[in-house]
Structures are given as structure tokens and as C-alpha cells.
Design a protein around this ligand. Structure first.
Ligand code: GAR
Length: 197
């Protein structure tokens, strides 16, 4: 059996990348292997996490005019089967998502279709959830298509809002209770489809 080859795209701290790395080590992800971590931000701590775990890294500047061409080349050169967006803060074009149809997943820190789409990323999502006054939020892992946060949903997990929550406190609870659990689970589910005998 040849495991599915996974690339993880990151922009920031990389706690979701860490959850994926830990899940591979602990046997939650057995059908896929993280081969490559790519960032559009040279200073992303996620790149350090990858290096600490002997995973190959690449940096493509966000402003590179041929950003997606470079990205496609590196993914193809490495025979990548599955792309996981783990805190990747750049919207990918329809041309890109079609090239890897049903092979790209993203973790979003709310229960889609609430608090999602263009402009809803990172802490902003939790600020809006608290402002609206919802009592339950959570996280979603979904396929990525040409509509931001619009692809088919794979897994969701609910998280309760608590008295005194700030966006930062809520962000941490959503990560701990939902994102770090459902992202590795979804990675394993998708990897099973791309195992080569
Ligand atoms: C996570 O909460 C992730 O769901 C969110 O950014 C954070 C990245 O944290 N992603 C989005 O908002 C994408 N729309 P991390 O770098 O520690 O994984």
C-alpha cells in the first residue's frame, strides 16, 4: 500500500498543522503522509513546526504574480494527492480548485453557513459570532471549490459559547474542542480514497 501524499498549506501559527502531525504520529492518520508544507508567509511559525518534524517546506510569496503556477508546479513535482488548507489565508482561484477537484479540504472556525465566506477568517469569525450573540458555534471541514467556504461539508463539530467569552478565548476553545479533532479525522477519510495499492 502506498499512502496518499498530503501537502498542507499554511499562513500562520500552524496549530492545525501540528494537530495533523500529531495525528499521523499517534495513528489517527494512517492512510496519508504529510510530505510537504507550503506557506505564502515566510515568517509563519507553521514552517518551523514542519522543519522540527523533518517535513519539507516551501515558501511562495503571496504577491508573486505567478503564485498559483508556482504552487501547481510544486504540488505536481511532488506527486501530491491531497491538499489541506490549515489556516491558509489566501483565496485560491476556480482554475486552481478545478485542477485539484475533490482533493482540497479546508478547516473553517464556524458552523458553515454561518460566519463564513470572503472576509471571514481567523479571529474575525469569532468576533462576529460573539457580536451576533449565537449560543453555539464550532468548526467545519469542507471541500474547497471556487466559492470561498462554499464546497461540500465533510465534518462539523459544535462548541458552546460561554459567559465571559472574548474572541481569543472562543478561538482557543473552538480549536481545542473542534478543529484539532475534525481536521485530522477528515484528512484520514480523504486519504483512504487516494491510497494506491
Ligand atoms: C484557525 O482557526 C483556522 O480555522 C482559521 O485560522 C486559524 C489558523 O490557526 N482559518 C480560517 O479562518 C480560514 N478561513 P493555525 O495557523 O494555528 O492553524
Amino acid at each position: 500500500m502506498v499512502k496518499a501524499k498530503i501537502a498542507v498549506l499554511v499562513s500562520g501559527g500552524g496549530t492545525n498543522l501540528q494537530a495533523l502531525i500529531d495525528a499521523e504520529k499517534s495513528g489517527i492518520i494512517v492512510s496519508g503522509e504529510i510530505m510537504l508544507v507550503i506557506s505564502n508567509n515566510e515568517n509563519a511559525y507553521a514552517l518551523t513546526r514542519a522543519k522540527n518534524n523533518n517535513i519539507a517546506t516551501a515558501y511562495i510569496p503571496s504577491k508573486a504574480p505567478d503564485f498559483e503556477t508556482q504552487l501547481i508546479k510544486i504540488l505536481k513535482d511532488n506527486d501530491i494527492d491531497i491538499i489541506i488548507l490549515a489556516g491558509f489565508m489566501k483565496i485560491l482561484s476556480g482554475d486552481f480548485t478545478k485542477t485539484f477537484e475533490n482533493r482540497i479540504i479546508n478547516v473553517h472556525p464556524s458552523l458553515i453557513p454561518s460566519f463564513c465566506g470572503k472576509g471571514f477568517y481567523g479571529l474575525k469569525v469569532h468576533e462576529e459570532a460573539l457580536k451576533y450573540g449565537v449560543k453555539v458555534t464550532g468548526a467545519t471541514v469542507h471541500f474547497v471549490n471556487e466559492i470561498p467556504d462554499g464546497g461540500n461539508i465533510i465534518l462539523q463539530k459544535a462548541v458552546y459559547i460561554e459567559e465571559g467569552d472574548t474572541p481569543e478565548i472562543l478561538q482557543k476553545r473552538v480549536m481545542e474542542q473542534a478543529e484539532w479533532k475534525i481536521l485530522p479525522q477528515a484528512a484520514e477519510l480523504l486519504s483512504q480514497k487516494y491510497i494506491k495499492e
